[in-house]
Design a protein around this ligand. Structure first.
Ligand code: AMP
Ligand code: ZN
Length: 490
């Protein structure tokens, strides 16, 4: 192992050496999307943050089992087991089967993740594919005395659980405080305790997605799927569990309770929560109506956007803020990221042209140490980016003959820039390498040569016609001080 990883533990806030629980494999579970609608940029921030963590663990040489689920059932509109089923509601609205809704938005989610160059998880389990596992877990929790059934619905008994385990540990809150913030039970409530939550929910006549169970036809509560699937694929205890900060107080708190009540063990060593993407200080969300879609961002087709931004510029924008800090969306920040991203990629392309010397003016080994130190300190990508900009500065200075570099240092710098920019930050060069693009590139070089000849003969009418004809095919030519450049408009 190249480096020892220390992770800042968000639960205990202590630094310690990172040792995988199961020797030779790091287990990571991240709560995935609820696939009843398109993912917005806020959701993407969370998944891109965990992609960075996954990539860095792989870069360090760990074998990682990265499980990111798809929530495709059991998600009611209210956090407290009330309201309509989100999938059934959307299915009615779009006049589709609930599983058509699931398929449509799962495919859309995969497309977006691919655009952002995120690595696919090792396993992507679905809630509907693990109903048996969830039922088995609920049976075990009932047998252990932490859950009860009323009219086909099974509730988790929070107050009983809290007598033995600190229920609010993840947010450092006592049960009394949590009770105070929860509304009193009404005559219509079946559950015994105000904080009790459903593990299994009895189906109504009209419920579309339902399964048979020991308690009759019903469907799982939202939280049990993650306990059942993480337990199945990563074991009773595993290393890292992640999700957005908004999942901490309810979903993850309940996951701990379920797993502990079932297996008599705390399920997770490190809880990692990403902070929210905000727009003018307000959390981006489906309900707030400020959640623009990645597609809108790429085309610029949204009132909040001054123009379109490429997926890699957006990814780089996200890398420039630590995952635990809020990130406020702004056109200025994205435009700065666009430039920063271009600066890094251009410098990497320049590396191969550099001349080497007998001595180096910069300390590349120190730069390498700084990159690892940043990422080993709770995956501090913004600090890493600062070091990579320093790398880009050195490359440009050597290229301008203002600094020198040895062959050995140049090889190290090249490896460093490639591995951190491409493998760890997950950026890629956006110039396409397809054979069609290469052919277009070649054809344009030929055309620009012909145009040069026409201009040399002062045949301006022919040169204008050439420009206008290319324009009809969305190709623009601009004359700059460095010669003509061409681009394709959307
Ligand atoms: P959902 O599809 O609503 O279950 O959300 C998927 C993931 O996105 C969860 O981990 C959420 O915590 C996360 N998420 C939701 N809104 C935001 C936001 N504005 N910024 C960052 N992450 C978010
Ligand atoms: Zn979850």
């Amino acid at each position: 192992m190249q480096n020892q990883l220390s992770i800042f533990n968000t639960l205990t806030r202590t630094k310690e050496k990172f040792e995988p629980i199961h020797k030779g494999m790091v287990g990571v579970y991240v709560c995935g999307p609820t696939v009843y609608s398109d993912v917005h940029l806020g959701n993407c921030r969370t998944f891109i943050s965990f992609d960075l963590i996954y990539r860095y663990l792989l870069h360090l040489g760990f074998k990682v089992r990265y499980v990111r689920n798809i929530t495709d059932a059991g998600h009611l509109e209210g956090d407290r087991d009330e309201g309509d089923d989100k999938f059934a509601k959307k299915a009615k609205l779009e006049q589709l089967e609930p599983m058509e809704i699931v398929q449509k938005y799962t495919l859309g989610f995969h497309d977006v993740m691919r655009e952002f160059n995120t690595l696919p998880p090792s396993i992507e389990p679905t809630a509907t594919g693990h109903i048996c596992e969830q039922i088995e877990m609920i049976k075990e929790i009932i047998a252990n005395g932490y859950a009860y059934e009323i009219k086909g619905t099974v509730y988790f008994d929070v107050e009983k659980y809290n007598k033995e385990f600190p229920y609010g540990q993840l947010t450092n809150r006592k049960l009394e405080d949590l009770l105070e913030g929860t509304r009193e039970l009404s005559g219509q409530d079946e559950k015994r305790g105000r904080l009790d939550f459903a593990l299994w929910i009895a189906a109504k006549e009209e419920t579309l997605m339902k399964w048979p169970s020991p308690w009759g036809w019903g469907f799982p509560g939202w939280h049990i799927e993650c306990s059942a699937m993480s337990n199945k694929y990563l074991g009773e205890t595993f290393d890292i569990h992640g999700g957005g900060m908004d999942l901490q107080a309810t979903h993850h708190t309940n996951e701990i309770a379920q797993s502990q009540a079932c297996n008599h063990k705390a399920p997770v060593k490190y809880w990692m929560h990403t902070n929210m993407l905000t727009v003018n200080g307000v959390r981006m969300s489906k309900t707030a109506g400020n959640g623009f879609l990645p597609g809108e961002l790429f085309t610029g087709n949204h009132p909040l956007l001054e123009k379109g931004y490429s997926p890699m510029a957006v990814r780089f924008f996200m890398m420039q803020t630590h995952y635990r800090s809020t990130l406020d969306f702004s056109n200025e920040a994205l435009q700065a990221s666009e430039k920063g991203y271009a600066r890094l990629i251009t410098s990497i392309k320049t590396i191969d042209n550099l001349k080497t010397s007998a001595a180096s003016t910069s300390n590349i080994k120190e730069l390498e140490k700084a990159c690892y130190a940043a990422m080993n300190d709770d995956f501090n990508a913004p600090i890493l980016v600062a070091s990579l900009f320093e790398g880009a500065r050195i490359i440009n200075s050597v290229n301008d003959n203002k600094e020198t570099i040895t062959a050995e240092d140049l090889a190290l710098l090249k490896k460093l820039m490639h591995s951190f920019v491409f493998d760890v930050l997950g950026l890629k060069s956006e110039t396409s390498n397809s054979s069609a693009d290469k052919a277009l590139q070649g054809a344009m070089e030929v055309i620009l040569e012909i145009r040069k000849d026409i201009k040399a003969k002062k045949d301006y009418a022919a040169s204008d016609k050439l420009r206008d004809d290319l324009n009809k095919h969305n190709i623009q030519i601009k004359d700059t001080k460095d010669g003509p450049v061409w681009s394709v408009s959307e």
